[in-house]
Design a protein around this ligand. Structure first.
Ligand code: SF4
Ligand code: SF4
Length: 257
């Protein structure tokens, strides 16, 4: 595919993956095993944090303190969060142990998607998001030389990416909303932005906030939905995304009582 004719900017060093099969297999016998789990510049999305903190049995605030740092986001109006590497030789991921990934079932989106990268294209006039996949090419990664092949769909199923993609797409919508600078003159790190940061990245703090302010009772929610929000962090995160767009952007993402 000609880079210039592709309707989306192709990141440097990547190639477009369409319907064709690609060679890849990562397993303990590859000579590069776990090389890629060192010195990683990895963004953590809201759902990544939720899964990791539950896996580790940490409060989300403590997870952020121990394992994450604030970084520049995709636009000036909301920061991103990145995973800190351990401060030891080779800067390994803090979840890497001799046997491999200690959080494998709850590993972040980027680890699941690799060696692919997923990009979401949104046209304001189009209802549906357009999804693009790119193949990364790191010379140290020998998985590309293995015999096994996948299509993108097979890779997604194999890696259990579906729920992550779903939540990341909702997050992309919220982040696109933040890019409109909805802070009403407060500027970066004002009270509204801090509230939004808590909803997106500190879900346990948001749960306390919801309970303190009896927030669920302000909206028309099915009994079942209310119950799910109360006991499930992912459902609470979805509610939080809707609530932020309702409260800050006057969007009809929730129906008040
Ligand atoms: S570098 Fe590639 S093949 Fe090697 S462990 Fe990482 S993902 Fe697997
Ligand atoms: S979370 Fe697991 S798979 Fe991802 S970089 Fe860390 S050790 Fe590797």
């Amino acid at each position: 595919m000609n880079r210039d004719s592709y309707p989306f900017p192709i990141p440097e060093g990547r190639t477009v993956v369409g319907k064709e099969r690609f060679h890849f297999h990562c397993h303990p016998e590859v000579s590069c095993y776990l090389t890629c789990c060192h010195k990683v510049e990895m963004y953590l999305y809201p759902h990544d944090i939720l899964r990791l903190k539950n896996r580790l049995g940490l409060h989300s605030g403590e997870f952020l303190q121990r394992h994450a740092r604030i970084a520049e986001g995709s636009h000036p109006y909301f920061p991103a969060v990145m995973l800190n590497m351990a401060d030891s030789e080779g800067y390994p991921c803090p979840f890497l142990i001799k046997a491999g990934c200690s959080v494998y079932k709850d590993r972040p989106s980027s680890c699941r998607t690799y060696p692919l990268e997923r990009a979401v294209e949104r046209h304001p006039e189009a209802e549906q998001l357009r999804i693009h996949y790119f193949m990364t090419h790191h010379s140290y990664c020998k998985g590309h030389q293995e015999e096994r092949t996948y299509t993108v769909g097979e890779w997604e199923r194999d890696q259990g990416i579906h729920e992550y993609n779903l939540l990341n797409d909702l997050w992309a919508e919220v982040d696109a909303f933040f890019a409109t600078n909805p802070w009403q003159g407060e500027g970066a790190a004002g009270p509204r932005q801090q509230l939004a940061f808590m909803v997106c990245y500190n879900i346990d703090e948001f749960r306390s906030y919801v309970s303190r302010h009896n927030l669920l009772s302000d909206f028309r929610l099915q009994k079942d939905e209310r119950r799910r929000i109360k006991r499930d962090d992912t459902e609470l995160l979805k509610f939080g995304f809707n609530w932020l767009q309702f409260a800050l952007g006057d969007r009809r993402t929730l129906i008040p009582r």
